[in-house]
Write a protein that binds this ligand. Structure first.
Ligand code: GDP
Ligand code: GDP
Length: 463
């Protein structure tokens, strides 16, 4: 697990009574809130580890820091200003049920002038009650407000989508700036082991049999808990135990509701699908075997890969296929030509309706998850790199050879490798593919996205 200090720092600020503490509690949940009692401050800044689905971050609550005894200008205390300075992103909360106040405008003005990026969050929007105040909120000049209800846990999916890019950037920057503490610590100390449940989503075009499959999975597996609090509305999660492994089926709006009450609700939109993918670690893409792989299926598959998730292709309605060898051959051909970047992901043929073949699904999900989590020690990576360079050195660019000096894996989920080279920006795409294919062969990394970060410079660990 990562240490707290390395997580994205998300600050909650805004005038009193907009719901800062409520949002803090919502994000931190039952996890221990760590109180940072730096001496010499009027009021402690509360810090805790926040989480929305798989996104973990440090939340800092500034509630109670306002100095209300003084004029408006002084209300954003020095302590709040300092907290903003040290945050990676600030959530600026307003109360959507009240109109925008001069104090909101004052805060907004201060925030606009800072380097810390700001997300405008309109709280108390449950049941659309805040719709009136939202229009005014645009006038604050901080972009589109994200409607949430801290008290009812609504809008957490939107908040997730808004925070996700900051978390991704944060990870990438950390890898670039601080390799000394990254790669080496992981090799010598604790690897970055994920201990939470395996988060699994089922997506696909309408009518391919997703609901039937979810029904069957939930019907045959013992449910451990009901819908998880915190991500209600936007995503519903069901936990079950699969051979001693905690699995969480994450599902956005509707799919499971549809499965449960067996009624047709409108099919999931592209946005819903994308959100499901982001909430998940492994994504089961269901296709209809009688249709084969269609363009829309490939689009979803590419989304899964682009988001860095592990993909399992579920070929459903296998009972309705006559010439199975031919059907499978056609699918494999299509995959080879249309998704060459991820070779070897699992393809499971089954019938959700009859239950035939369903027992092969979860083992495939668990296996691909383990590969997605794989961590290769630096020493092995560099022995691998040496042999790769020997059998096929990087090309000359502008008459000079690119020298690759070092390789490390700063991140898992998906496996992400940093390659250090003297002219990293000139390394051709074909050579990156050669390295990726080599990594798959050498370390059994078939079927998951692999990311390569090209870094300028020499071995960062010398000296
Ligand atoms: P803070 O001063 O900004 O930390 O605000 P609090 O978190 O203490 O909340 C102020 C008041 O707003 C409390 O009475 C909360 O119960 C209420 N509140 C917070 N979030 C919501 C919400 O999403 N909807 C509604 N209706 N009330 C909320
Ligand atoms: P969704 O829109 O993807 O959730 O699809 P549904 O689960 O509602 O299924 C769409 C249709 O396909 C329904 O008529 C199902 O009975 C049918 N269906 C689902 N799974 C299978 C299967 O394994 N074999 C066959 N022959 N039909 C299936």
């Amino acid at each position: 697990m990562r240490e707290r200090g390395s997580l994205l720092r998300v600050l909650i600020c805004g005038r009193p009574n907009v719901g800062k503490s409520t949002l803090f509690n919502r994000l931190v949940g039952k996890r221990l809130a760590i109180v940072d009692d730096t001496p010499g401050v009027t009021r402690d800044v509360r810090e805790g580890e926040g989480r929305i689905a798989d996104l973990a971050f440090t939340v800092i609550d500034t509630a109670g820091l306002e100095d209300t005894s003084r004029g408006i200008e002084a209300r954003m205390s020095a302590r709040t200003e300092e907290a903003i300075e040290h945050a990676d992103v600030a959530l600026f909360l307003i109360d959507a049920r009240a109109s925008v106040t001069p104090l909101d405008e004052h805060f907004a003005g201060l925030l606009r002038r800072r380097k810390t990026p700001v997300l405008l969050v309109a709280n108390k929007c449950e049941g659309r009650a805040g719709a009136g105040g939202l229009g005014e909120a645009y006038a604050l000049g901080l972009g589109d407000p994200i409607p949430v209800s801290a008290e009812h846990g609504e809008g957490m999916g939107e908040l997730y989508d808004a925070l996700r890019p900051f978390a991704d950037d944060h990870d990438a920057i950390r890898e670039g700036e601080k390799p000394e503490t990254d790669g080496i610590a992981e090799d010598d100390g604790e690897p970055d082991v994920y201990t939470g449940p395996l988060q699994f989503a089922i997506v696909g075009r309408p009518n391919v049999g997703k609901s039937t499959l979810v029904n069957r999975l939930l019907g045959t597996e013992r449910m451990l808990t009901g819908p998880e609090a915190g991500i209600t509305r936007d995503a519903i999660a069901s936990d079950w135990d699969y051979k001693g492994r905690a699995i969480r089926l994450v599902d956005t709006a509707g799919l499971r509701r549809k499965a449960r009450v067996d009624e047709k609700v409108e099919s999931l939109s592209a946005g819903d699908t994308l959100r499901s993918i982001r909430f998940a670690q492994v994504v089961g893409l269901v296709i209809d075997a009688t249709d084969g792989l269609e363009k829309q299926d490939l689009t979803i598959a590419r989304n899964v890969i682009d988001e860095g998730r592990a993909l399992v292709l579920i070929v459903n309605k296998w009972d309705a296929v006559d010439d199975r060898a031919r059907a499978l051959g056609a699918i494999e051909d299509r995959l080879m030509t249309s998704l060459p970047q991820v070779r070897g992901f699992p393809v499971v043929t089954l019938s959700a309706k009859t239950g035939r073949g369903i027992e092969r699904l979860m083992p495939a999900v668990v296996d691909i998850f383990d590969i997605w989590n794989a961590h290769v020690p630096t020493a092995r990576l560099n022995r691998f790199l040496e042999s790769m360079l020997e059998s096929h050195p990087p090309p000359l660019v502008g008459g000079r050879r690119i020298k690759i000096r070092y390789m490390t894996q700063p991140k898992t989920r998906p496996p992400t490798f940093a390659v250090f080279a003297n002219r990293a920006d000139k390394l051709p795409e074909s050579y990156v593919r050669y390295l990726i294919n080599g990594l798959r062969d050498a370390f059994g990394l078939d079927g998951v996205p692999i990311r390569i970060l090209l870094r300028k410079g020499k071995n960062p660990y010398v000296n």
